[in-house]
Design a protein around this ligand. Sequence first.
Ligand code: DX5
Ligand code: ZN
Length: 219
Amino acid sequence: MKKVLIAPSILSADFSNLDRDIAMIEQAGADWLHIDVMDGHFVPNITIGPLVVKSIRKCSKLFFDVHLMITNPEKYWKNFHSAGADAIVFHEEAVTDKIKLVNEIKNSGLKAGVSIKPKTPVSSIEKMLPLLDIVLVMTVEPGFGGQSFMEDMLPKISQLRKIIDENKYNCLIEVDGGINIDTAKQCFSAGADVLVSGNSIFAAKDPQQSLKDLKSVRV
Ligand code: DX5
Ligand code: ZN
């Protein structure tokens, strides 16, 4: 049976204890580490940059899934590559020549992904799907952790699942925003491969158990 991958988002971790929090989720079976990069321009919040990624690279072997919520990712993605990213996911809405950027990222040896905000349709990235390693569907408006899941994004996940399966594309569907045990089930049923979760893991009484519960999601 297909398994879902869980990518805890460190946006909701304790930034004064990042190494401890990362070790905790790694031990509990996290599959990827989701790193939310925000620039105060593409989204109304500022979070972390390459220096932090470089520091946490020293304390974790997890797959670093770097979600760039920034303007001009063409200019900055290499800094995250040098810092230790394994995947670079940029926003469809932030880039004009998306195919060029995807090819550059892939040629550097990293996995490449494109993310779509809630108002951006699947059609805007459909032609790129054969090239992509990851398509990230935002199920909240990007910018902050702890928001409520937008159920009306579920059809986008099913639509992507259908296109990817019918054409046998090698692209994972990642879903980000408002994931908890209930919405995780909905996303998994709709065809998601990777689920990002911040608040429902790090703000839980028992973060390790909450991560294990998410990992065991089945339809
Ligand atoms: C939101 C970020 C998400 C966020 C998810 O802009 O891209 O990755 O950290 O956090 P939760 O799971 O709390 O919605
Ligand atoms: Zn994210």
